[in-house]
Design a protein around this ligand. Structure first.
Ligand SMILES: [Zn+2]
Length: 352
């Protein structure tokens, strides 16, 4: 009940000052002068440190004689959790809607103004409602095509009213025409080459639009098989001497990561993945970020898990430097191309 003399330096007091919702549910604080207790994110005026006490549960606070704040309702679900549930419900609605719902309709479902809803949706998911709907439709088309549906049926099932509208955007969604995608990259020309670097074999593959894959491994044949599995029907060309220069560029990047990469990258992914990958490319060599910091960097601090997923989906090793993401405590998290390679890359970047 009595605040300890060092409250002002207690990290929990800092959380109260910042109204940090991340601490909601972890502790509660009471204010001796008003007799109420609150969750850390409460919007009421910040109390002086000497009047603040901390509690591990609502019961604890009430046993000490405090009553629940009427503003932040410390016993109820936190506002953040409530909002997340509302946004999740809206996502399900978008996914099952026959026709793309209008923003106003979605906002009304959420019980918010259109402006506020748009902001909340983006904070929770990392993308706008429109981009979410587009990404969902694109996924349905991909699944339909891979499942053996005809192109026309897959488009209608995914809610594209007319073929014409889809074909206008199909290159952006699939990276190729729907027919080509259905046929496993049929008629797409992909050149690739393999080189040896300090980190083992490096495979670089390029479509007419840019680099589609950079992968690392011990076994060059395994890297080629992986590429074939991704584009089983594409024309893969592996012996183009002009293309070898590309590999040399990438290997140069492995050896001296600070030099930057001036390559056209064919970044295929959902709108959200693309935003994460662009943010990764903005991290300079020698610097690392946590997933939470990266989520903050793209303006979606709540989407940490989705950000981690997008990092894991990166297919362009080093060029999109997902190896510069480490755990909050600085230790290494996983790496698609091997955690030892990640350690090596980071070490080299630190000394460069
Ligand atoms: Zn309160």
């Amino acid at each position: 009940m009595n605040a300890l003399p060092n409250t002002s330096t207690d990290p929990r007091y800092d959380a109260v000052v910042r109204r940090d919702a991340a601490f909601d549910g972890q502790f509660w604080f009471s204010v001796a002068t008003t007799g109420v207790y609150c969750r850390p994110s409460c919007g009421a005026r910040t109390p002086k440190p000497q009047n603040v006490g901390f509690h591990l549960s609502c019961d604890d606070a009430e046993d000490a004689g405090f009553r629940a704040c009427k503003r932040c309702h410390p016993r109820g679900e936190s506002p953040k959790a409530k909002m997340a549930a509302v946004i999740a419900e809206v996502c399900r609605f978008i996914e099952t809607a026959e026709v793309e719902p209008r923003l106003e309709e979605l906002a009304e479902r959420a019980g918010l103004s259109a402006y506020h809803f748009h902001r909340q949706f983006k904070a929770a998911t990392g993308v706008t409602p429109k981009a979410y709907a587009a990404a969902h439709r694109a996924r349905k088309v991909r699944e339909g095509l891979s499942g053996g549906e005809t192109v026309t049926n897959a488009l209608y099932d995914a809610g594209f009213g007319s073929n014409g509208r889809f074909y206008e955007t199909s290159n952006a969604i699939l990276g190729m025409t729907p027919k080509q995608f259905k046929a496993g990259g049929k008629d797409a020309d992909i050149r690739f080459a393999i080189g040896q670097s300090r980190l083992g074999a490096v495979l670089v593959a390029e479509s007419g639009k840019g680099i589609v894959a950079i992968s690392l491994g011990d076994d060059p044949d395994a890297l080629v098989r992986e590429l074939q599995d991704r584009f089983p029907q594409a024309r893969l060309t592996g012996d183009d001497p002009k293309f070898d220069a590309r590999v040399a560029q990438v290997i140069g990047l492995v050896e001296a990561p600070g030099t930057g990469l001036d390559l056209p990258l064919d970044i295929r992914g959902t709108a959200f993945q693309q935003r994460v990958w662009q943010a990764l490319r903005a991290i300079p060599a020698g610097k690392t970020l946590s997933y939470a910091q990266l989520a903050e960097a793209i303006g979606s601090p709540a989407a940490v898990r989705a950000v981690a997923g997008a990092c894991a989906a990166n297919t362009l090793a080093i060029a999109v430097p997902c190896h510069r993401i480490v755990r909050t405590d600085g230790s290494l998290s996983g790496y698609r191309w091997g955690v030892e390679r990640k350690r090596d890359l980071l070490q080299r970047e630190r000394v460069a």
